[in-house]
Design a protein around this ligand. Structure first.
Ligand code: ZN
Length: 670
């Protein structure tokens, strides 16, 4: 599974795409804070008001449960994170000096970064933050404003942790050959070596179990008085008990308003939190993955293992969501017409599937992000993680529409399209239809593209070796691009006109041949398969359409632009390339596949690359984003909730201080 940013969220193969963005100026209203390399956005929760009261209550209770685990994640990331955060917050709130003074401003920025990363190490690079305020200033602030904080370590030690670069330099060290357990500051192991831990779990594992338990998922490993390794399990009565107790409290409330099968699912989760029994966690997961009827859904628990150098310990996360019925209707229409699309695909009829089943992708709206999904989150969920459950029971894969929408909105006005899209009419189309076209591209790619076509007799699959994923992504993208420009989509009511397709085409070609290079270091090749696929398609169409001038490089004021002159001809080229890529897959033609990728997808022109990086850098677009959550406002009568509304708190600092005040259940040392 590929992962970007935090925990349980996956970028599904096409959502990973970095899009060209909308060009209006109201993006600012979606951005609530900016600091360092980060911007914090807000998201909206359309459809919440229309939900029945019972579902609103369910969401509210589950949301409370997902706020209650916040401190667990801080402590998992590093054992002194809670002490540091608490101290910083104490100084921040009681400070009566000049709040515009350089040291204070620098500390504020540091604190904002700590909130964002859920600790003192960067959420993406895992490197410890470097404070930009002086130790001297901080030491006196400590004495003046935080002397009553009962620290588990001395103030000197606390300062050393913050200011000495070598100390706890990274939360996650996975360098080959080092003791990753000793060299990582994360709080999953203490006083043990990597070799000891590996032996400990190797002895526990049963290689013959077809349904292996995820040993170690929910515990910290330490040594007891006899020098033996033992687990401190994260459960009620165990480690993190105080927070888990609160989580259970809200889960029980949620259980009270849930219907079956969700009642039983919540029961299993509560039981798991009470016992720490990993078999119970598996049972919970099998029930959860089988529930396709509940409108409200959630993730709550120790889920992803990316923060552990040994990939065993899971970070705590929580998310609450409900089905986005409008978007689901879109994928249902596409799925219902799956056979029509297959029968008309511009490929050799022998390689068309006789009977095709469209997948109806689920699109959801989140109402709360928590733990490892907060403030940074991704835009899709693909769970559970246990391979045997995925094999026997399947997995749930969903995309989160209101988060992608917020990303899209926030990017408006960041200057990207003004910089890279030459023609006003293209910018206008992207502004009007960019999001819709992008969603449809995703739907067609996921619901139909990957599942279309069939192999020739004798082809086994796997013949394309290392070129498999690039060519497979190209096949799915081409299927989507080809049909985006089909009148059939207008007929089905999915797009108002082919202008939506043209928005997508202009964007796709520009991204493939140019703007996606902003994410690659100068002088490097394109390696990632989605990026390769985009370059392959765009460059191939450029070359094949050169005589007709379908796609054109334009130089203006010393800058390079790529423009599409003939959308209908481009669509035809998409069809032709799809024919060939499908043939390559169906026949397992390794040599032809290799040549396509190597000729079109890998090498970047150095001058162009340099230009793109320079122009992109000038835009000052923060590479990382995260979110603030909405707040719940209850209307009550005689102690009963009669309605729930969402309000959008657009103040990052306020929300963080509020969470720290109301959802801090753990001691400063656990
Ligand atoms: Zn894909």
């Amino acid at each position: 599974m590929t992962m970007l940013f935090s925990g349980s969220m996956l970028f599904s193969c096409c959502n990973e795409k970095q899009k060209a963005q909308d060009a209006t100026t109201d993006g600012a209203s979606w951005t609530v804070d900016k600091f360092d390399d980060i911007k914090v956005l807000r998201y909206e929760v359309p459809g919440f008001d229309e939900l029945p009261l019972q579902q609103k209550k369910l969401i509210y209770y589950l949301a409370e449960a997902s706020r209650c685990g916040r401190d667990i994640l801080y402590d998992q990331h590093f054992k002194y994170n809670l002490a540091i955060r608490h101290t910083l917050e104490k100084i921040y709130t009681s400070y009566d000096g000049d709040r515009a003074a350089a040291d204070f401003v620098a500390m504020e920025k540091y604190l904002k970064k700590v909130w964002f990363a859920n600790g003192i190490h960067h959420h993406y690079s895992n490197d410890k933050f470097t404070p930009e305020f002086s130790r001297e200033w901080f030491e006196s602030a400590l004495v003046k404003y935080a002397s009553d904080v009962e620290l588990p370590i001395s103030q000197q030690e606390l300062c050393d942790i913050i200011f000495v670069p070598e100390l706890y330099a990274t939360s996650l060290n996975q360098t080959d050959g080092v003791d990753m357990v000793k060299e990582s500051a994360c709080n999953f192991y203490e006083g043990v070596t990597m070799a000891e831990v590996e032996k400990f779990y190797a002895d526990m594992a049963d290689a013959n179990d077809p349904r292996p338990i995820s040993y170690g998922l929910n515990s910290k490993v330490v040594k007891n008085d006899n020098g033996e390794l033992v687990e401190l399990t994260w459960k009620l009565g165990g480690m993190y008990s105080e927070a888990i107790e609160q989580i259970i409290y809200w889960l029980e409330k949620a259980r009270g308003v849930a219907e079956e099968p969700q009642k039983s699912i919540i029961d299993a989760l509560i039981n798991y939190y009470r016992t720490g029994d990993l078999r119970e966690f598996d049972r919970y997961n099998t029930l959860w993955v089988g529930d396709n009827v509940s409108n409200v859904d959630f993730v709550n628990g120790f889920i992803e293992d990316y923060a552990d150098p040994l990939g065993r310990k899971a970070s705590w996360e929580g998310i609450v969501n409900f089905v986005d019925s409008t978007a689901c209707r879109r994928t249902q229409i596409i799925s219902a017409n799956a056979q029509w699309f297959e029968d008309h695909a511009p490929i050799n009829p022998a390689y068309r599937k006789k009977e095709v089943k469209g997948v109806s992708a689920k699109v959801i709206t989140v109402a709360q992000l928590g733990g490892d999904c907060f403030p940074a989150t991704a835009i899709g969920i693909n769970l559970p993680n246990a391979d045997w459950i995925r094999k026997e029971y399947g997995s749930k894969s969903v995309t989160i529409d209101n988060i992608t929408y917020a990303y899209d909105k926030a990017a408006q006005g960041n200057g990207f399209n003004e910089e890279f899209v030459l023609r006003e009419e293209d910018r206008e189309r992207i502004k009007l239809y960019g999001k819709l076209a992008d969603d449809l591209h995703t739907d067609l790619h996921e619901c139909l593209g990957h599942g279309s076509g069939q192999l020739a007799p004798g082809t086994k699959g796997g013949e394309l070796k290392s070129y498999t994923s690039t060519l497979e992504e190209a096949r799915a993208d081409l299927f989507a691009l080809y049909y985006l420009g089909d009148e059939k989509l207008v007929e089905l009511g999915l797009i108002p006109s082919l202008d939506a397709a043209y928005a997508a085409y202009a964007d796709y070609i520009m991204n493939g041949m140019m703007t996606q290079f902003s994410r690659i270091e100068l002088g490097k090749n394109v390696e990632e398969s989605h990026m390769r696929n985009r370059k392959l398609i765009a460059e191939w169409c450029y070359e094949k359409g050169k005589e007709q001038n379908v796609i054109e490089w334009v130089k203006q004021d010393g800058k390079s632009y790529i423009v599409v002159n003939d959308f209908a001809a481009l669509r035809k080229l998409f069809g032709e390339l799809l024919y060939e890529v499908q043939r390559i897959k169906s026949e397992g033609d390794y040599e032809a596949g290799r040549k396509l990728v190597e000729d079109y997808a890998v090498k970047i022109d150095l001058e162009l690359h340099k230009e793109v990086l320079e122009r992109y850098a000038k835009l000052n677009i923060e590479p990382y984003s995260g979110f603030v959550n909405p707040d719940f406002v209850l209307t009550e009568k005689d102690g009963e909730i009669t309605d729930i509304k969402l309000v959008y708190n657009n103040n990052y600092v306020e929300q963080m201080l509020n969470y720290s005040k109301n959802y801090s259940f753990l001691p400063l040392l656990n």
